[in-house]
Design a protein around this ligand. Structure first.
Ligand code: SAM
Length: 237
């Protein structure tokens, strides 16, 4: 089945309107992803069905559960090959998405793919999250921070919450272990002014359980966070 048919066949789970223009852009994305993946390791998922469901539909599920107002500023932390950030940028031309990753060669590919998709509402940021979060041009500048498959929630909270404006949201995309991660992140969320406002559980077609955790940043956080990588790794909150 083509990307178009797989997405259309599963459109009811996404529950947001998927335009022909978006399908066209996702087809370009998938073609480029497969081609680039032969040269550089971007994703272990290389078949059309896997790309359509585990990358595209999974990323779009965020838009189903989280209301993102027009013109929002979003930062996707550890975007890798662009998930969920580049899919969100394609689906929502009105929002501005910053795609952050510490691996420059992945970001070069992401920029190339985004250009081929005809997107202009994105920026590339090649930096470690914990370094960018201490810089005033990025700290507390975003309405939303998103992340999928980057680190456990307590570590990810320290990476992501510093980017978020007060009353903005950190949206974490997790698998079946979400409840355990939430339990372990109790102290981190308290320290970093994060309050879980919603957890949305769904079965991603045949790909298994997924959870989207919506965390509100209720006040500013102490400037000592995020700490340097070594400290975060050695002593996670
Ligand atoms: N979010 C993508 C996805 O779901 O397919 C990529 C996931 S990949 C497993 C994790 C990505 O996070 C990698 O590209 C890695 O370079 C990036 N990453 C991990 N820790 C990071 C950090 N502290 N700052 C920036 N990027 C980071």
């Amino acid at each position: 089945m083509s990307i178009e048919n797989i997405i259309k066949a599963n459109a009811d789970i996404v529950d947001i309107s998927i335009s022909d223009d978006l399908i066209k852009k996702l087809e370009i994305y998938s073609g480029e992803l497969k081609e680039w993946n032969e040269k550089i390791n971007l994703t272990a998922i290389t078949d059309d069905e896997g790309i359509a469901i585990k990358h595209f539909i999974d990323s779009l599920m965020l838009l189903k559960y989280v209301d993102i107002p027009e013109n929002s500023k979003i930062i996707d932390v550890g975007t890798g090959a662009g998930f969920p950030g580049l899919v969100i940028a394609a689906a929502r031309p009105d929002v501005k998405v910053t795609l952050l990753d510490s691996t420059g060669k992945k970001l070069k590919v992401v920029a190339d793919i985004a250009e081929k998709m005809g997107l202009t509402n994105y920026k590339i940021l090649n930096m470690r999250a914990e370094e960018a979060g201490q810089k005033k041009e990025y700290r507390e500048q975003y309405d939303f921070a998103t992340a999928r498959a980057v680190a456990e929630l307590r570590v990810l909270s320290e990476y992501c919450l510093p980017f978020v404006k007060q009353n903005g949201y950190f949206v974490s995309m997790k698998g079946a272990l979400a409840d355990k991660e939430i339990e372990n992140a109790f102290n981190a969320l308290k320290t970093l002014s994060g309050k879980i406002e919603g957890k949305y559980n769904f079965d991603l077609c045949s790909a298994g359980e997924r959870n989207i955790i919506k965390i509100k940043k209720i006040s500013q956080i102490p400037t000592k966070y995020p700490r340097v990588s070594a400290q975060i790794a050695k002593k996670p909150l």
